[in-house]
Design a protein around this ligand. Structure first.
Ligand SMILES: Nc1nc2c(c(=O)[nH]1)N[C@H]1C(S)=C(S)[C@@H](COP(=O)(O)O)O[C@H]1N2
Ligand SMILES: [Mo]
Length: 257
């Protein structure tokens, strides 16, 4: 337990150094004094709110600072709440950037999960192979920024186990996901390795149904709904910031709950 905590402290300091390095002299002093007035934010981000365009840029930069803060505060050992099965929300809500009639239907037989980037093995995984890895399940709350939350039960492989199997570079910054609809997103490596982050193949006691993301959904009870990709077709490990479908339209990237 100790080494992980120490690691986390080192990461926090590294992040703080990275954040302060980004700042110019007067802004750094403001940052250290915690005097985050609007003028302070303007200095901190190098943006002056005035025109609509610069206000937008300003908000994006504040959101990226927020990512650094959330990453620094993220505790890789802290568990999100779990619930008894008696509290499952029925029916579990469906949500996507399109209506339920547009849900993609992926062929189970021919499906292969593509793996690329900073990994030792680019082997593409069949559903049978993924089902052969150690399975676990959990009952957690999914929170959507559209104003609803629901408790569901998902089962699958610990994502940390999967990343180890493919020989992923666990010191890389991001894991990116490409989905069967045009959705895409990406997460930070500490969250990818969190013990409750599961590559899920099942919902409740069934194979994950199409509307909930067949063939698989990455389920993270430490992140908001839009960070949890459904219909994953490909994933990659990278140090280049990959963004996401909603994130590129202004949603906060870290997206912790
Ligand atoms: N591929 C894909 N994944 C996605 C989305 C999407 O539109 N496409 N929507 C996200 C959002 S905003 C939410 S709230 C959840 C909804 O998951 P559910 O349908 O299982 O409730 O999926 C997330 N993952
Ligand atoms: Mo959502």
């Amino acid at each position: 337990m100790k080494p992980l905590r120490q690691q986390n402290v080192v990461d926090r300091q590294a992040l703080l150094r990275a954040a302060t390095r980004e700042l110019r002299g007067p802004a750094r002093r403001l940052f250290l004094k915690h005097s985050l007035t609007l003028g302070g934010i303007a200095l901190l981000t190098g943006c002056t709110p005035g025109s609509e365009e610069s206000a937008e840029q300003l908000l994006r930069k504040v959101s990226r600072l927020n990512d650094l803060a959330q990453a620094a505060l993220f505790d890789p050992e802290r568990l999100a709440p779990t619930y008894p099965e008696s509290m499952l929300t029925r029916p579990f809500p469906f949500n996507a950037f399109y209506g339920i009639e547009m849900v993609p239907h992926v062929d189970a037989e021919s499906f292969r999960l593509e793996v690329s980037g900073r990994v030792a093995s680019r082997h593409a995984w069949s559903l049978a192979e993924l089902g052969g890895l150690p399975q676990t399940s959990q009952v957690t709350r999914h929170i959507c920024v559209e104003g609803w939350s629901a408790i569901g039960k998902w089962g699958g492989v610990r994502f940390a186990t999967f990343l180890e199997r493919i020989g992923a570079d666990l010191s890389a910054r991001y894991v990116g996901f490409k989905c069967a609809d045009d959705y895409y997103t990406s997460i930070d490596m500490p969250t990818a390795l969190h013990p409750q982050t599961l590559l899920t193949l099942r919902y409740g006691d069934e194979v994950l149904p199409p509307q909930y993301g067949f063939p698989m959904k990455l389920r993270m009870p430490t992140k908001l709904g839009y960070k949890n990709p459904k219909h994953i077709m490909a994933l990659y490990v990278t140090n280049e910031y990959p963004g996401g479908y909603w994130e590129d339209q202004g949603y906060n990237w870290f997206g912790g709950s």
